[in-house]
Write a protein that binds this ligand. Structure first.
Ligand SMILES: Nc1ncnc2c1ncn2[C@@H]1O[C@H](COP(=O)(O)OP(=O)(O)OP(=O)(O)O)[C@@H](O)[C@H]1O
Length: 257
């Protein structure tokens, strides 16, 4: 098992956003997390990636308990994530946004910057090469020099993928990667996720677009009010009474595509 959560719980005051969730992610698969709005999906990601400390429970990655680690330490271990509201510098170019990702893997600091050391120059080149490599992978080479503010929503999503990939991850957590793009673009992003898997990257995604998830995921976990209410293949989830009730019972509405 690549990643495992055990009894993972997060309370915000009186609200338990993630409630005692046991979950396993298998290497080389696409795992999806679905659930009505406010079900705790993003919080679950925040706990795994170290953005919030859990109230209780643990996260085990490659056999190591990573629960006490800080987010940058977790990222260095090979866990990358994207954010729901794409977290990019709008005035900077697509390339510059992506270059930042690989800085996680470099060592030069303030000293190198002030004295313009050979190490700094070498690492800057490394970051640039990595950025071009991942931009090509996500199909954005031609937009590399455009400011992010001037590219489409879909290209922003691809930039966010590229930023995550520039960190050289083993697993990526994608928070609603296809939100706000049209059906054709959604298909393109789904293909990109499959391409990541063929490159050896494990994918875990939160997505509201049911049709996409049902066609894409190897395994789905359903959260509702912070609790895992179901887990299984798309076929199993589609026919699960508890899941249907959670969606139709007023908690939230799943979008068709
Ligand atoms: N930092 C926080 N402080 C207080 N409450 C929070 C915080 N983050 C999330 N919550 C609450 O935790 C619950 C779960 O939120 P979360 O964003 O994880 O749900 P979600 O399933 O990702 O929702 P959506 O599909 O709308 O993005 C919500 O009730 C939310 O208001």
């Amino acid at each position: 098992m690549l990643l495992q959560t055990k009894g993972l719980t997060k309370s915000f005051g009186g609200l338990t956003a993630v409630n005692n969730v046991d979950f396993e992610i298998e290497k080389g698969k696409i795992t999806a997390i679905i659930g009505p709005n406010g079900a705790g999906k993003s919080t679950f990601f925040n706990l795994i990636s170290g953005f919030h400390p859990p109230t209780s429970g643990s996260v085990v990655y490659n056999g190591t308990d990573i629960t006490p680690l800080k987010s940058y330490q977790i990222a260095k271990l090979g866990i990358a994530r994207t954010f729901q509201t794409t977290n990019l510098f709008e005035q900077s170019t697509v390339l510059d946004n992506v270059i930042i990702g690989h800085r996680l893997r470099t060592k030069s600091g303030l000293f190198d910057a002030i004295f313009q050391t050979p190490r700094l120059k070498r690492e800057e080149n490394e970051c640039k090469e990595k950025a071009y490599e991942v931009l090509e992978f996500v199909g954005l080479t031609n937009l590399a020099d455009m400011p992010v503010a001037g590219v489409s929503q879909e290209a922003k999503k691809r930039t966010a993928f590229a930023l995550a990939l520039a960190t050289d991850p083993e697993i990526v957590f994608l928070d609603e990667p296809a939100a706000g793009v049209n059906p054709e673009e959604t298909d393109g992003l789904a293909e990109l996720m499959k391409k990541m898997v063929t490159k050896g990257i494990t994918v875990c995604t939160i997505e509201h677009k049911m049709q996409m998830i049902m066609n894409l995921a190897d395994k789905i976990m359903v959260l509702n009010y912070g609790k895992k209410i179901a887990e299984g293949t798309p076929e199993e989830i589609k026919n699960n009474e508890v899941v249907i009730e959670a969606y139709l019972g007023g908690g939230g509405v799943a979008r068709a595509n």
